[in-house]
Design a protein around this ligand. Structure first.
Ligand code: NZQ
Ligand code: ZN
Length: 389
């Protein structure tokens, strides 16, 4: 087992009606609040009005319109400006992972006098952060329980992962009933994202039984409960279990003692959503089986086959290479069955920029480093893109 450190300072407040505890929670952070939210879903489902009435005694400044694949410019830049001008005490992010990621970047950059991009890219270290409270309304990224933020910069096609322990949310409110209004395509994308978070950790050099068991249980729970929620979108237990899985899947608790993996599918997908602004989970559904197929080798076949036995109940007596191929096929068919677009062309991506994206990923993501489970060079990344067309 590998040495590890594990720490999460986020208080999770989970369940139906928990948002009523917001005022009690917000008391300790001060009066000046930056309320960040997205394109309007929280106004439609009543959460915006609820928050405003619960926080009637607070001084609220708003940052509306944070887009999916949140943009550095204008959202992060505008948010930092408000924080500096108004002396914001706490950022309240209400919405999906994009809103929360934007809040994290603002929180970490607000105390820096230079260009906030320096902080987001890690050019300068984060030395302080405004506390963050969130009401997360999408079961997907797990941003509510991690210290990552993914920010896009349209003019350079960058989509960078920003990490600082200082931007763990202080408190995350999770009421699964708010996910009832999530459109079906976003619900599917969210679950694929969480499945992929688990897979990114599962395919590593040094597995252990406990971590594997948590990850296998999580993927099975996600599949089972998604299929219940597809039939009955207001099945509370299914929505709650999906959300709990999503919250834990990106937090690293699932990979305690296991080796790092390099998160290759995420690096390859992030270029797709940076260049074409597609939905992250959809990009992952397309990339996942193509990545598995590309890395299938004498070294990886047993692990892939084990995944098929544990997740899809495939017959362990099947010869290992055949079993691994069946696993890849089953993964593809699972996403296809849910109606997710499974080819780049289905989401408006043609071959014209594949080379440029492959180079961008190869230059920035470090996927050829020896610790990566199956190291990838630029030509490997390009092949994975081409196979996804
Ligand atoms: O903008 P609004 O109107 O709020 O609508 C959103 C948006 O259109 C809508 N939505 C969210 N909650 C809703 C709802 N609609 C109805 N009812 C609700 N309760 O859903 C759409 C997508 O929202 P978004 O926040 O973009 O989705 P998600 O949570 O999947 O976040 C995706 C972003 O997170 C990044 C992705 O790359 C992408 O930029 N990631 C962040 C990670 C992290 N912080 O740890 C890890 C992930 O791997 C991922 O990369
Ligand atoms: Zn993801």
């Amino acid at each position: 087992m590998q040495n590890f450190e594990y720490w999460t300072p986020t208080r999770i407040i989970f369940g139906q009606g928990v948002v009523d505890k917001l005022p009690e929670t917000m008391k300790r952070f001060g009066k000046k609040v930056l309320l960040a939210y997205g394109g309007g879903s929280i106004k439609k489902n009543g959460l915006y009005d609820k928050v405003k009435s619960l926080l009637a005694d607070w001084e609220i400044y708003e940052l509306p319109g944070v887009a999916p694949n949140p943009k550095f410019n204008p959202s992060v830049v505008d948010g930092v400006k408000i924080c500096k001008e108004k002396g914001i005490d706490v950022i309240l992010a209400v919405g999906g992972g994009s809103v929360l990621d934007c809040a994290k970047a603002i929180a970490g950059a607000a105390g820096y006098d230079g260009d906030p991009w320096d902080v987001v890219t890690g050019k300068v270290p984060t030395t302080s952060a405004i506390p963050i409270v969130d009401i997360i309304t999408m079961a997907a990224t797990g941003s509510e329980y991690d210290a990552f933020s993914v920010i896009s910069r349209t003019e350079t096609n960058d989509k960078v992962a920003y990490y600082s322990e200082l931007v763990f949310p202080a408190v995350s409110f999770i009421d699964p009933t708010y996910t009832y209004s999530v459109p079906k395509n976003q619900m599917l994308a969210g679950v694929v994202d969480a499945i992929n978070h688990v897979m990114e950790q599962y395919f590593n050099e040094d597995p252990n039984d406990l971590a594997d068991g948590m990850m296998e249980a999580s993927i099975k729970s996600l599949i089972k409960n998604l299929e219940i929620a597809l039939v009955n979108p207001e099945d509370y237990n299914a929505r709650a279990e999906i959300f709990l899985n999503c919250t834990l899947a990106c937090n690293r608790i699932f990979m305690v003692g296991e080796a790092q993996s390099g998160w290759p599918m995420h690096a390859i997908e992030h270029a797709l959503s940076a260049y074409y602004d597609i939905t992250h989970g959809v990009g992952l559904a397309i990339i996942t089986p193509r990545w598995m197929k590309h890395i299938l080798s004498d070294k990886t076949e047993a692990r892939i086959a084990n995944f098929g036995v544990k997740i899809f109940g495939l017959d362990p007596a099947t010869p290992v290479r055949e079993l691994a191929e069946q696993t890849i096929d089953a993964t593809y068919k699972l996403f296809e069955k849910w109606g997710i677009p499974m080819c780049l062309k289905d989401v408006g991506i043609d071959e014209s920029r594949l080379g440029e994206m492959a180079k961008h990923v190869a230059d920035t993501a470090g996927l050829d480093q020896p610790f990566v489970y199956a190291p990838l060079k630029e030509e490997d990344i390009l092949e994975i893109y081409k196979a996804s067309l």
